[in-house]
Design a protein around this ligand. Structure first.
Ligand code: ATP
Ligand code: MG
Length: 563
């Protein structure tokens, strides 16, 4: 029999990477030392997939008494920028992780260059003058060998001379590359003379300026950088598994000790109804299809933050989905439920009327008001109570009134049932006023003065409770309702242009909402539950004159697949 001890959360079982790390520690691999790195390319903002890698890289270091460094993989100046460097650091810190040191692959450009010279001198690298297309054509297929370049066997001296010319900027972009001379018939395509260096002269590097005219390719730079830094476990996503032998090969060419960093791979995070390729996200931003990298519809860390997600919710989600060795697609509703679980016990619960209509309580004295009190969150007594002003005129949701209501309508209708105004009194509709078009513009009701919540009469039960805010003590607000950014589950798997698959209703802006005055003192990103509506937070665009709220997530999963 098992017993549950309170306050002791069950420890989840170790994932395969943690198992490996524990075994390495037991076996004294690298002296039992643990050093990881998170290696983003500063060519975009971090997305929640990166957060998964971050939780792994930093988590392993934290849990096993090791260190994790942040290394910017800045080997392609064409796409990189300091804006991205800054946002990446801010997002990692916000997620709650601390790096030991910050490194840049560009710090190693000289060392990498020197090693490339050494490889040329050892006859293991050559300058190829063929075009990128020709080189690609000669790659062969997994089952047929590639074709050797006619430049493959040029003398060492000539290779050295040409590589120096490339590096001095004397050769046009694309005219030459440096390739490792490995095996054009290898069953691993990555061994078929991979490109080590390409020429880039037209743009400045965000750190090294115009110093370099040749830039190292990922496979060459990444493993060497790990080696230079003393990384023990180089953790990355599964698409790099086929690169691993080449990663090892490059390190073997130069290693002067037995130490070897160990590359291991886990599954990427893929989420339904979104895209997580930085190229596609950049397109969305640049073409104004979303409002910036931190648009609350984006799967970026900054977008989720602005949407009302906490770091805790994101980390709980990542912990829940875990790490495996097979690619899969995760349902976005899992992420959304992590937000609900985080917010339910801590977000103050307030009334916000999205589509207001005025309700006049005709038997309530005119020019009079009273102060009621309500709990901020019954699940969090430490949040205390707040005061509400109640008076003769309040706003309610238009949808909470129906003039001719069917029997199963439990809210307000003349001659219909009694309804409780949340934390206040029981009322009964008596009628309404309409404009010339027949639209209801005002609703009338009478209240039961002996039914106040919190008093003995307040215990009287009625079928439904509706939200309200007092007319003179409420504040106007704009509410932004977000839906999924794409209308198909996996936009990247569809043919055609992914932009055509954007959900046209992914953002609905509602003006003229009325909210409790309590919300006027909210700070940017503060979270709330709008009773019956969903979880919302204050958008940083808000001003004292205009409150703006984002819907983080609805109260329930309205997209849940029908069984
Ligand atoms: P893109 O190809 O869209 O530019 P990337 O994967 O190349 O993205 P990097 O900045 O190179 O982005 O990634 C840094 C680290 O984050 C890498 O170790 C990579 O494996 C990891 N990573 C990137 N995307 C995901 C994802 N969807 N799930 C888990 N880890 C990811
Ligand atoms: Mg990359």
């Amino acid at each position: 029999m098992t017993t549950t001890v309170e306050n002791e959360s069950p420890k989840r079982s170790l994932n395969f990477i943690e198992q490996m790390v524990e075994e390495d520690i037991r076996n004294g691999f690298d002296g039992g030392r643990i050093q990881t790195r998170f290696p983003p390319e500063p060519n975009g903002y971090l997305h929640i997939g990166h957060a998964k890698a971050i939780c792994m890289d930093f988590g392993i270091a934290e849990n096993y008494n090791g260190i994790c460094n942040l290394r910017f993989d800045d080997t392609n100046p064409v796409k990189e920028d300091v804006e991205y460097v800054d946002s990446i650091m801010a997002d990692i810190a916000w997620l709650g992780f601390e790096w030991k040191s910050v490194f840049y692959a560009s710090d190693y450009f000289q060392q990498l260059f020197d090693l490339a010279i050494r490889l040329i001198k050892e006859g293991k690298a050559y300058v190829d003058e063929q075009s990128a297309e020709t080189i690609a054509q000669q790659k062969g297929t997994p089952t047929t060998a590639g074709t050797e370049s006619p430049y493959r066997n040029r003398p060492v001296e000539e290779n050295l001379e040409l590589f120096m010319k490339m590096s001095r900027g004397e050769v046009a972009e694309g005219a030459m590359v440096l390739r490792a001379k490995i095996d054009m018939a290898s069953s691993n395509m990555h061994f078929r003379d991979p490109i080590m260096y390409r020429i880039i002269t037209s743009v400045e590097h965000h750190r090294t300026g115009n110093t370099w005219k040749v830039y190292p390719m990922y496979d060459y730079a990444h493993g060497q950088s790990d080696y230079f830094e003393g990384v023990t476990h180089s953790l990355c996503t599964l698409e790099f598994e086929v690169h691993r032998p080449l990663y090892d090969w490059f390190i073997d060419q130069f290693a002067d000790s037995d130490y070897r960093p160990k590359q291991r791979e886990f599954n990427r995070l893929n989420i339904t109804y979104t895209v997580m390729s930085k190229r596609k996200m950049l397109q969305l931003v640049q073409e104004g299809l979303v409002n910036g990298w931190d648009d609350p519809r984006m799967p970026t860390v900054s977008g989720l933050r602005r949407r009302g997600y906490s770091a805790k919710a994101i980390r709980a989600f990542i912990d829940k989905i875990g790490y495996t060795k097979t690619e899969a697609m995760n349902d976005v509703s899992l992420l959304e439920s992590a937000a609900r679980e985080d917010l339910k016990p801590r977000a103050p619960r307030v009334c916000a009327i999205l589509d207001p209509i005025k309700l006049v309580i005709t038997n309530y004295p005119e020019n009079s008001s009273e102060t009621l009190t309500t709990e901020n969150n019954p699940e969090a007594p430490e949040l205390g109570n707040r005061d509400l002003t109640f008076a003769r005129e309040v706003y309610i949701e238009r949808g909470d009134f129906m003039e001719d209501a069917p029997k199963d309508f439990f809210r307000l209708s003349p001659g219909g049932r009694e309804v409780r105004l949340k934390s206040a009194y029981i009322i009964k509709a008596t009628g309404c006023k309409k404009d010339e078009q027949g639209n209801v513009v005002e609703v009338y009701c009478e209240y039961d003065p002996n039914s106040k919540s919190g008093t003995e009469g307040g215990n009287r039960k009625v079928k439904s409770t509706i939200n309200w805010v007092e007319v003179n003590n409420s504040v106007e607000a704009e509410v932004r309702l977000y839906d999924r950014l794409f209308s198909v589950e996996n936009p990247s798997a569809e043919e055609g242009d992914f932009r055509d698959l954007i959900n046209p209703n992914s953002l609905q802006i509602i003006q003229g909402c009325r909210v409790e005055p309590y919300l006027a003192s909210a700070k940017a990103l503060d979270n709330f539950q709008f009773l019956k509506v969903g979880y919302f937070n204050l958008d940083p665009d808000s001003t004292a004159e205009k409150l703006i709220f984002n819907r983080t997530v609805s109260l329930k999963d309205t997209w849940a697949k029908k069984a």
